[in-house]
Write a protein that binds this ligand. Sequence first.
Ligand code: FES
Ligand SMILES: [Fe+2]
Length: 322
Amino acid sequence: MSMLEGAPWLLAHKSMLSVNQPLKVSLYGTDYVLWKDSQDNVNALPNICPHMGAMLSEGWCEQQEDNSSVVVCPFHALEFDHTGCTILPGTHQKTLPQLSPLELIIQGEFIWTYGGYEPKIPIPNILNKIEQQYEFIGYIGDTSVPTDLQSMLLNMHDYNHQNGTHRELFKITEVQFKKFIDNGYSSEAFFHTPTAPSSVLDKLKNPSLFMLPDIIEAHLENYFPSLVIFHGDNSLAKIAQCHLFIPESMNQTRTYVLLFAQKKSPFFNFFSQQFLKLSKTIVEQDAEILTKIYTDSPQKIKLNNEIGMDWVKRNFARWSDN
Ligand code: FES
Ligand SMILES: [Fe+2]
């Protein structure tokens, strides 16, 4: 199994960080503390305090005179600045860096990193375009799933799992696959999925069903390995539902959703929270099935429309080849 060293990962959208509130994130088996100061600067250090190993993310932040902030260890209150330096009690001088910062690439609201590895592919600029053209609605479903990255990505590019994994939501009667455009490490998939009608009672129980059309016309834009965008369009809004993936360790993979919309109707405001809830349910259902499969078992049956999964497998193989 590979964690695809050299790929860019979107650790967070800035809205996921509260000012001066440390947050723990993990990548490639290392924990980091991430914090945003009052000037919107984002910093990242390894999460292990070099004194006696406390988790810095369990501490707090102190604002400095210049409005930057330091992270304070919860154990003995040593303060670390964004370069990893501290001032030992009784001295008035900064130490040399005791922690080496994780290099971040901040693009607008997006916090990317290569995790300290040599970049192998560029950061996709699609999110910057979406940020310009759409309104940011929110993030949802930040979940750490005990599975490897490849299993997570296979699930996301599996166009046949709706009736199993998401059966209560979609009731899809068939997958009409239209087109798959393979551009190497990026791709696009177009398919239509007619849905069985839901009763009014079902819809009242789950109002997000009001947003689902009779035929879901799916357009997925895929950026291997960290991003899948589901484009949707209905009378209320055009939406871009962005699914992000991060290999926290060999057998732990994080996912979350950023939702963007171009509103067409004032009613969308009412439904946008429902839509976030729907996205959350989808993430939870995927997370659930991912803990219930034998990931190393050989696949002995092949279904139609597995082209997205084939694309994922090929890209994993290609990554380790060069
Ligand atoms: S463990 Fe962090 S200050 Fe002691
Ligand atoms: Fe799914």
